[in-house]
Design a protein around this ligand. Structure first.
Ligand SMILES: NC(=O)c1ccc[n+]([C@@H]2O[C@H](COP(=O)([O-])OP(=O)(O)OC[C@H]3O[C@@H](n4cnc5c(N)ncnc54)[C@H](O)[C@@H]3O)[C@@H](O)[C@H]2O)c1
Length: 286
């Protein structure tokens, strides 16, 4: 595979683009504005500078300077006209995703495989937005992408074995393997994780415990490396809210009702690490 499109240059898209570039692929990274793309380029530059020192870094086929040169940052979807594979990482909202896939479908050749890096939206539903459902699947990357070697790989109802094979090949080149799971809202990881995080937010909302103490129960008593609220801050509270809303709508089950505190924090712009404030405070990341 040579040319890979990455759509969305936020927390996940930046990580996917970086991982692909260090694996030796040519990457076209798309977002809605130059400002977002510039911020993403800066994050990638900084992460590449330190990544070798961090445990679990993905294997690199090229050095940091070449990896940066391999990424084209653009707002022009036309740059995907000869992409072999596209990973979509835009905001976890159906109305936004529903607008992007028909554009990708028009711009990309028929052979191009689309991978949706969604937290909870069913892949069959996303595939229905295109004329190529056999070439659409889900790759649920973990965060931070360059340091997480396993993903969930989700074929939709019509996904072909060839498309799954192509995705597995691409993942192998990135130093990753995929656990294949069937298509269902939230897949395996987020069906469990989003409920846990939402319930942890309810504990704070109901004054049962502070965020520090909620997380301490998980880190100190269960030995988890990170508590649910620090995990929520890492993922992004907006992404958590949108994901739990997808689960709520998909299953029509009140157990997925979003915690009002989560909604309030998202309305207030407290989105976690990416805005320096969520359940915890963070220094400005450069
Ligand atoms: N954050 C996580 O830990 C995590 C993990 C796995 C999967 N995901 C999923 O990955 C996707 C992206 O999440 P994120 O955390 O990177 O979100 P984010 O908010 O950090 O980034 C989303 C990006 O999409 C861009 N965007 C929105 N509409 C667009 C369009 N029409 N064209 C191009 N770009 C557009 C936004 O400008 C933004 O930069 C979501 O579907 C999310 O559920 C997130």
């Amino acid at each position: 595979m040579s040319r890979v499109g990455v759509v969305g240059a936020g927390v996940m898209g930046g990580g996917v683009a970086q991982n692909l570039a260090t694996a030796g692929h040519e990457v076209v990274l798309i977002d809605v504005s130059k400002e977002v793309l510039d911020r993403c380029a800066e994050r990638i530059r900084n992460d590449l500078r330190f990544s070798r020192l961090l445990p679990g870094a993905a294997p690199t086929a090229v050095d940091a300077a070449r990896a940066q040169e391999a990424i084209t940052f653009t707002t022009d979807y036309g740059a995907l006209a000869d992409a072999d594979f596209v990973v979509e990482n835009i905001t976890e909202r159906w109305d936004l995703k529903a607008r992007v896939y028909p554009v990708l479908d028009d711009v990309c050749p028929e052979r191009t495989v689309f991978a949706a890096n969604t937290s909870a939206i069913p892949i069959t539903r996303i595939a229905s937005l295109t004329r190529r459902p056999a070439n659409v699947l889900g790759i649920h990357f973990m965060n931070p992408v360059p340091r997480k070697p396993v993903v969930e790989l989700i074929p939709g109802h019509h996904t072909s074995p060839q498309a799954v094979g192509t995705a597995q090949e691409l993942l192998a080149s990135m130093g990753k393997t995929g656990i294949v799971v069937n298509d269902s809202p939230g897949f395996v990881s987020n069906r469990v994780l989003m409920l846990t995080i939402n319930e942890a937010a309810f504990l704070v909302h109901e004054n049962v415990a502070t965020p520090e103490d909620v997380d301490k129960v998980f880190t100190s008593c269960f030995g988890h490396p990170m508590g649910p609220l620090a995990t929520a801050d890492l993922i992004g509270l907006d992404t958590i809210l949108y994901s739990i809303e997808v689960l709520h709508e998909s299953f029509a089950d009140s157990k997925y009702r979003p915690c009002p505190l989560l909604k309030k924090m998202v309305d207030a712009g407290l989105h976690g690490r990416k805005t320096q404030q969520g359940f915890f405070s963070y220094a400005l990341e450069v």
